[in-house]
Design a protein around this ligand. Structure first.
Ligand SMILES: Nc1nc2c(c(=O)[nH]1)N[C@H]1C(S)=C(S)[C@@H](COP(=O)(O)O)O[C@H]1N2
Ligand SMILES: [Mo]
Length: 217
């Protein structure tokens, strides 16, 4: 099992270091090799993650915005929803075909908050307390970038990052931050968790990380 996982990692010193970092975080050495059902594998850089639901989940939107906000689950469910069916592609090689994700277009939340002049990027935080991600503002406004509430037409389970995760359809799945808790509009891109270990910040499937996977969109 372990051998398979390592063989699935694209060649290159940076990616190899990233994989080592996973092992360093995970005493079992099996993070990311555990099947999570439906062809997915379970990934978490945090050893334990709290459970959040309708009573205690909040998503903050702040930074370079006119109207900072804190949305509860019910607020997000009442906003316009978009459903996409695309392949999911992890940078370590596994792929899950035709996967429905549904949620609020990130552009809607940005428009509701009113992005201020001088803003150029968005930073994402997670209630696991460790993971971070980022997008340029232009990427964040794409119609295929969602604040996802459903996966495979059901509420997103805890292991898949529920109740709310980011979904960046055209990019490697590490951009799709699980357990999303904050969206901060910033003046420049801050590399996310894996990007500090060498993953590409612009993570287009098939056009980054030295890989040639078929596009997911
Ligand atoms: N908060 C958080 N989000 C995360 C990760 C993580 O470790 N923590 N791993 C990323 C990676 S590398 C992948 S491949 C996917 C895995 O999602 P899954 O566990 O639902 O299959 O989540 C991404 N989002
Ligand atoms: Mo991944």
């Amino acid at each position: 099992m372990l051998g398979l996982g390592v063989a699935g990692v694209a060649a290159g010193p940076y990616l190899q270091r990233a994989q080592d970092a996973v092992a360093g975080k995970d005493p079992t050495g099996l993070t990311g090799l555990l099947p999570a059902g439906g062809g997915f594998r379970y990934y978490s850089v945090a050893s334990s993650v709290p459970t959040r639901g309708p009573d205690d989940y909040t998503l903050t939107v702040d930074g370079l915005v006119e109207r900072p906000a804190s949305h509860r689950l019910a607020d997000l469910l009442a906003m316009p929803q978009s459903r996409l069916v695309r392949d999911v592609q992890c940078v370590t090689g596994w792929r899950v075909p035709a996967t429905p994700f549904e949620g609020v277009p990130l552009a809607h939340l940005l428009d509701a908050a009113g992005v201020r002049p001088g803003a150029a990027a968005v930073r994402f935080g997670c209630f696991d307390g460790e993971y971070t991600e980022s997008l340029t503002l232009e990427q964040a406004r794409r119609a295929d970038v969602l604040v996802a509430l459903k996966l495979q037409d059901a509420p997103i389970s805890h292991s898949h990052g529920g109740p709310v995760r980011l979904y960046v359809a055209p990019m490697y799945f590490y951009k799709s931050a699980k357990w999303l808790s904050s969206i901060t509009v910033t003046d420049r891109v801050r590399p996310g968790y894996w990007e500090q270990y060498g993953y590409d910040v612009d993570a287009w499937v098939g056009r980054s990380n030295g890989r040639d996977d078929a596009p997911t969109v």
